[in-house]
Design a protein around this ligand. Structure first.
Ligand SMILES: Cc1cn([C@H]2C[C@H](O)[C@@H](COP(=O)(O)OP(=O)(O)O[C@H]3O[C@@H](C)C(=O)[C@@H](O)[C@H]3O)O2)c(=O)[nH]c1=O
Length: 176
């Protein structure tokens, strides 16, 4: 299997080459050998499923609890949103990448970025792998509608928790 990595201002896009034959195809989305510098260990893997209009995030975990994430869309279509929170990086820069179910690429989002998804189709699912555990007490967030991006959602579906996070401007000013 061949793979290549593109750097998108700190986020990595990993391209896979599937094995294809008359039955369909096989795509290996994690192999330690390939990820040894990017994501050498995996502590947790979860599968998330949502319908059109759902927003999850924009979440991050504090300090040493920061969670790197390898995100791969299995079905449907979604916008993967990452926000650079590195004081010495592009602080506050929002990166939006469309992921399509069964596509040939995954995203590696470092723990120093807030992360979320905007679901564009019903029955959208993605898998997320992390080398650090989920730690709800260390979770923080940024409110999705303060990013300066029009996601064009007619009926956003969002939890009370995610609707109550501070704005991007507030979070950025605390990190300066
Ligand atoms: C994410 C997560 C949630 N949970 C539980 C907590 C809660 O009862 C339920 C739903 O949690 P949340 O509402 O926080 O799930 P969700 O809003 O889907 O949160 C996730 O959003 C995406 C975009 C990410 O990047 C993830 O890191 C994570 O923050 O699942 C875990 O036990 N482990 C986990 O790793």
């Amino acid at each position: 299997m061949k793979s290549s990595v593109t750097d998108l201002s700190g986020i990595k896009k990993i391209w896979f080459t599937p094995f294809v034959d008359f039955r369909g195809d096989l795509l290996k989305i994690y192999r330690r050998e390939i990820f040894q510098d990017l994501l050498p260990n995996v502590e947790e893997i979860y599968l998330s499923r949502s319908d059109k209009g759902v927003i999850r995030g924009m979440h991050y975990q504090l300090g040493s609890k920061a969670q790197d994430k390898l995100v791969y869309c299995i079905t449907g279509r979604m916008l993967d949103v990452s926000i650079d929170l590195r004081p010495d990086g592009n602080l506050g820069l929002v990166h939006v990448e469309e992921l399509i179910g069964g596509g040939k690429s995954a995203l590696l989002i470092p723990g120093a970025f807030a992360h979320g998804v905007i679901v564009l189709e019903d029955h959208t699912s993605f898998i997320s792998m992390s080398p650090q555990p989920y730690s709800p007490g260390d979770e923080r967030g940024i409110r999705w509608d303060t990013l300066g991006v029009d996601f064009g959602l007619e009926r956003p579906v969002v939890t009370a928790k995610d609707q109550a996070w501070p704005s991007l401007d507030e979070v950025v000013s605390q990190l300066k």
